[in-house]
Write a protein that binds this ligand. Structure first.
Ligand code: LMR
Length: 396
């Protein structure tokens, strides 16, 4: 009875929050849990540009025959200038469509394992699913310090020390922008220093770019990725369209690899295609086809960029509103104004997080991460008051 040896696994804590929030009957509950964008009404709308593209897709698609393990090549090619700019690496780069950014991470992890890479450095904290994805591919995760949480800044000496202690051929995971869960990104100078240290130590950078366009703008949000990729012979980039095209459940992503030359690139691509074939055979089409249709059409690109700008403006406005509260109880909200993207991590204990949920209906990840897009009208003032109340209640 082979299944008898299985040990029950806890449900993913972030995904469990979705169910707990839904089941909570309180009218004033606030969902700051899973990372999806929400508008003022708490809704996660389908972008209009994407909707238009989907309607065109339905009207014009005349076959659903297989595309192959590389997925929609037009989708991958049209994303490249947005991600890499006018990159000197173009002729030594290959890419393929993946089921979401998570699929890209898993495929990249399997490529690393196949190439004999045994370890990946991951600055802490990181997205809760990073470690399981790499562990599932047989890669040992080496955690290292990355942030000065008091200063709400990247601790560059800590990152350089971790890179200095790594072994040549180790990989290192970096968040391209809008760090999940802290919202703290390296400065342009930090990126240059990190790129130089990675190149010196002969590590393989693996960049997770899941929030391009939600920080400053599409180009600025890719600047760190470009600085690192251009400095090294081998690199991987996992990309997600979940957030910047609002395609979450359509699982729309891509993986790119750069190699020292065109010959090595072709070998890398052949391995990626073989790994993809053994994993999911072919990625799902719909989301990538919709993105391709948007990116092929000047007007839809302009519409999409406008919607993305609005989404980012909302996040920036909410950050400013939180920052304006300043200190609330024991928590200083001011640094949130300097963060990027959807997330910030607050210095709260599990007991305090549970108290906020039980007493005020405020749901956040067990790490103290909040999804800033989760605040509706009036919620930020209530959140500040709840933190003051937490301080008064003396919950530690
Ligand atoms: C998040 O971090 O909340 C999102 O990326 C959703 C997920 O899959 O965890």
């Amino acid at each position: 009875m082979p299944f008898r040896s299985l040990v029950a696994q806890p449900a993913d804590s972030l995904l469990r929050l979705i169910g707990a929030f839904r089941a909570d009957p309180r009218a004033h509950k606030i969902d700051l849990g899973v990372g999806v964008f929400r508008d003022d009404h708490g809704h996660t709308p389908v972008m209009q540009a994407v909707k238009q593209a989907e309607m065109r897709l339905i009207a014009t698609q005349d076959s659903k025959a297989y595309l192959g393990p590389e997925g929609d090549k037009g989708f991958v090619a049209l994303l490249e200038p947005l991600v890499f700019g006018p990159a000197p690496t173009a002729d030594r780069r290959c890419g393929l469509q993946t089921p979401g950014g998570t699929g890209a991470l898993r495929l990249g992890a399997e490529l690393l394992a196949k190439a004999g890479v045994r370890r990946i450095l991951i600055g802490q904290p990181s997205w809760a699913n990073h470690a399981p994805v790499f562990a599932a591919a047989g890669i040992v995760v080496v955690p290292h310090a990355m942030f000065d949480m008091d200063a709400q800044a990247v601790d560059l000496p800590a990152v350089q020390a971790a890179i200095g202690q790594a072994e040549a051929g180790d990989a290192i995971l970096l968040h391209g922008c809008c760090h999940n869960p802290t919202g703290i990104d390296p400065t342009p100078d930090d990126w240059q220093a990190i790129a130089a240290a990675i190149a010196d130590s002969r590590l393989v950078p693996f960049i997770d770019l899941a929030y391009q366009g939600l920080g400053d703008d599409m180009a600025s949000d890719a600047a760190g990725t470009r600085a690192v990729i251009d400095a090294v012979p081998f690199a991987l980039v996992a990309y997600s369209c979940d957030k910047n095209f609002g395609l979450y459940r359509e699982r729309t992503g891509a993986l790119w690899a750069t190699a020292p030359d065109a010959e090595a690139r072709d070998i890398v691509l052949s391995n990626l295609l073989a790994l993809a074939r053994a994993n999911w055979s072919m990625p799902p089409d719909h989301g990538a086809a919709a993105v391709r249709i948007v990116l092929e059409d000047e007007q839809l690109v302009a519409d999409w960029r406008g919607e993305l700008d609005a989404l980012r403006t909302r996040l920036q406005g909410l950050r400013a509103e939180l920052a304006a509260i300043g200190r609330a109880g024991s928590v200083d909200l001011a640094p949130i104004g300097r963060g990027k993207g959807m997330f910030a991590t607050l210095p709260l204990s599990p007991t305090q997080i549970e108290w906020l949920r039980a007493t005020h209906g405020i749901y956040m990840a067990g790490s103290g991460r909040i999804n800033i897009a989760g605040f509706g009208p009036g919620d930020i003032a209530r959140f500040g008051e709840a933190l003051v109340d937490l301080g008064r209640a003396g919950v530690a």
